[in-house]
Design a protein around this ligand. Structure first.
Ligand SMILES: [Zn+2]
Length: 365
């Protein structure tokens, strides 16, 4: 059951995804201890039992765009539209969400609306407590939008919505315990445990990107130092590339060529592109990021013991250049590694529409 995306062309093509190996239960080098097989995939019917039938709308609200789509019960996007996120006024954002919902409702009969928002959401799925890139501060978004559109509305964290979409319809399908990591500028994450989205007591759990990895390390936007996302993200990738450019410009020549020779203009996609062409320095940067990613996954495994990590986000466009080193370090650092089954590490399948597909599906339950 794979979602068919129609009415939109913004799903990124990614040749690496097609060739991603389905299994990666790497065992430590040199270990000949037997590992138990991974638990078999199961079809989760408990969610189906309590779902609202019919069509729902998912809205993915980020710092720069509002993407919305009509989604059916199989995760198929029937129509989608996007608008720029307006300014910094909470009322304007609510107006924009209401406008895209009204536009989609003109052609489809819709039962409910799910909003995936880039912020911290309360346990009632109604208020945005804080959004680093938007004007929301304790914003009653559910009621603001519901009052405008006349439909039931739920609000979810955007990374939680993406994780739910991958669990229901994507790379986490059939796995009841998984961690979905969206590796972009930072790390967004969502956790599904026992087939349920894990939100924590106050609704703001699963922020794994702010797990502290390096005491006294790089300063993070959350106010702490040494958070995981400072070491395993697009920002970290660019930092690693600039360090090479500063120390040895000739080694960074291929990456610098992509940005006109100005290291300050270097982007994550520039590094990925150079790595794909075989540039050793760019490959080294992605290897470093991948190692940090695997290191954090090993710590998460000590707590959660998931059977799959699903990795999406812009940096995951580098495919195995990132995931290979991540699996390697994960296998080297996961606790009791010779004596346990190990989680698979796979690339996300749903691309940029995961947020709206997940939000739409979460509006059903
Ligand atoms: Zn942080």
């Amino acid at each position: 059951m794979s979602p068919i995306v129609s009415g939109s062309s913004d799903r990124p093509g990614n040749p690496d995804r097609a060739s991603t190996p389905d299994t990666s239960s790497a065992r430590p080098a040199g270990s000949d201890a037997p590992l138990s097989p991974l638990p078999p995939a199961v079809v989760d019917t408990s969610v189906d039992d309590r779902r609202t039938a019919g069509l729902t709308i998912g809205v993915d609200v980020g710092g720069t765009k509002v993407a919305a789509g009509v989604v059916d019960g199989a995760g198929t996007v029937l129509a989608s539209i996007r608008r720029p996120t307006p300014g910094h006024s909470a009322a304007e954002v609510a107006d924009t969400i209401a406008a895209v919902v009204a536009e989609l409702c003109a052609d489809y009969e819709v039962k409910a609306v799910g909003i995936g928002a880039a912020g911290w959401i309360d346990a009632d799925r109604s208020r945005v407590l804080f959004a680093p890139n938007l004007a929301w501060r304790d914003e009653p978004l559910r009621d603001e939008v519901s009052g405008r559109v006349g439909l039931p509305v739920v609000v979810e964290n955007d990374a939680n919505a993406m994780a739910w979409a991958e669990y229901r319809f994507g790379a986490g399908r059939g796995r009841r315990d998984l961690v979905c990591l969206t590796v972009g500028t930072g790390i967004g994450s969502g956790i599904v445990l026992g087939g349920e989205l894990y939100r924590g007591a106050f609704g703001i759990g699963a922020e794994t990107g702010h797990m502290r990895m390096v005491p006294g390390g790089h300063l993070c936007g959350c106010g702490n130092r040494g958070c995981w996302e400072q070491y395993a993200s697009g920002r970290a990738l660019v930092r690693a590339a600039r360090e090479i450019a500063a120390m040895d410009p000739s080694a960074a020549a291929a990456m610098l060529e992509a940005c006109g020779g100005d290291a300050e203009r270097l982007t994550g996609p520039d590094v990925t592109e150079a790595a794909r062409k075989g540039d050793p320095a760019a490959i080294r940067c992605l290897t470093e990021i991948g190692h940090w990613l695997g290191e954090g996954m090993a710590s998460l495994t000590a707590i959660l013991d998931p059977d799959r990590f699903v990795v999406g986000g812009g940096v995951s466009d580098s495919g195995e250049l990132l995931l290979g080193p991540a699996r390697e370090r994960f296998a080297e650092t996961v606790p009791a590694r010779a004596h346990r089954p190990q989680a698979e590490v796979v690339i996300a399948e749903l691309g940029s529409q995961a947020g709206l597909v997940g939000a739409a599906d979460l509006a059903r339950i």
